[in-house]
Design a protein around this ligand. Structure first.
Ligand code: SF4
Length: 90
C-alpha cells in the first residue's frame, strides 16, 4: 500500500523555486538533461524524489530523476521487497 505524501514544504527551498514549472516537464531529452542539471546539488533533492516516487508521479523530472529513472527505482524497490519477503518466509 502506498503512502500519499502531502508535505511539499521542500518545494520552497529547491533550486527550481524561481523557475517556471514547465522546465521540469520537458518534451525531449535535451530538456530532461537541462532540468536534471538544475537539480544537481539541490537541497530538496531527496524529499523531491521521494514525493514523486511515493505519489507515483509519472511525468517530469523530480529529484534529479527522469521518468525512466524513477520507473527503474520503483522496480528495484519492488524487487527488493519481494526478496525480503522471500527471506522472511524461508
Ligand atoms: S530536486 Fe530538482 S525538481 Fe526537485 S526541488 Fe530540487 S531543483 Fe526542483
Amino acid at each position: 500500500m502506498s503512502h500519499i505524501s502531502s508535505d511539499t514544504t521542500w518545494m520552497n527551498i529547491g533550486n527550481c523555486a524561481d523557475q517556471h514549472p514547465s522546465m521540469f516537464f520537458p518534451s525531449d531529452g535535451v530538456g530532461v538533461e537541462r532540468a536534471k542539471k538544475l537539480c544537481e546539488g539541490c537541497v530538496a533533492q531527496t524529499p523531491c524524489l521521494e514525493y514523486a516516487l511515493v505519489n507515483r508521479v509519472e511525468h517530469g523530472v523530480w529529484g534529479g530523476a527522469s521518468e525512466r529513472q524513477r520507473r527503474r527505482i520503483l522496480k528495484a524497490r519492488r524487487q527488493a521487497r519481494l526478496e525480503e519477503t522471500a527471506v522472511e518466509v524461508s
